[in-house]
Write a new protein. Structure first.
Length: 93
């Protein structure tokens, strides 16, 4: 496989991943917590990532869309937030 065909295959894989996952909206951590406050009992998927520079990823559904944020420190979540700890969260670029 040539470098050109490898790049084309990688781009096609990204397009398939985006189609399979639907719309994912990236927001700032502050906006993510505002979205959580608009729900009675939000369900958040969280994961810790990073080897040399740790970061925390969060995903929540709101009005049919998936919202994602990433933070260098853990977010302070309200008591009404149900959290599912995942091994990882992968979001297509």
């Amino acid at each position: 496989m040539t470098a050109g065909s490898t790049a084309v295959a990688a781009a096609a894989a990204r397009i398939r991943a985006i189609r399979a996952s639907g719309a994912i909206v990236r927001v700032r951590p502050e906006d993510f917590t505002i979205l959580l406050s608009k729900q009675e009992q939000p369900l958040v998927v969280s994961a810790r990532g990073g080897v040399f520079k740790p970061h925390y990823k969060y995903l929540v559904g709101y009005k049919g869309l998936a919202f994602f944020t990433q933070s260098p420190t853990p977010l302070s979540l309200a008591a009404n937030v149900e959290v599912v700890a995942a091994e990882g969260i992968w979001i297509p670029e």
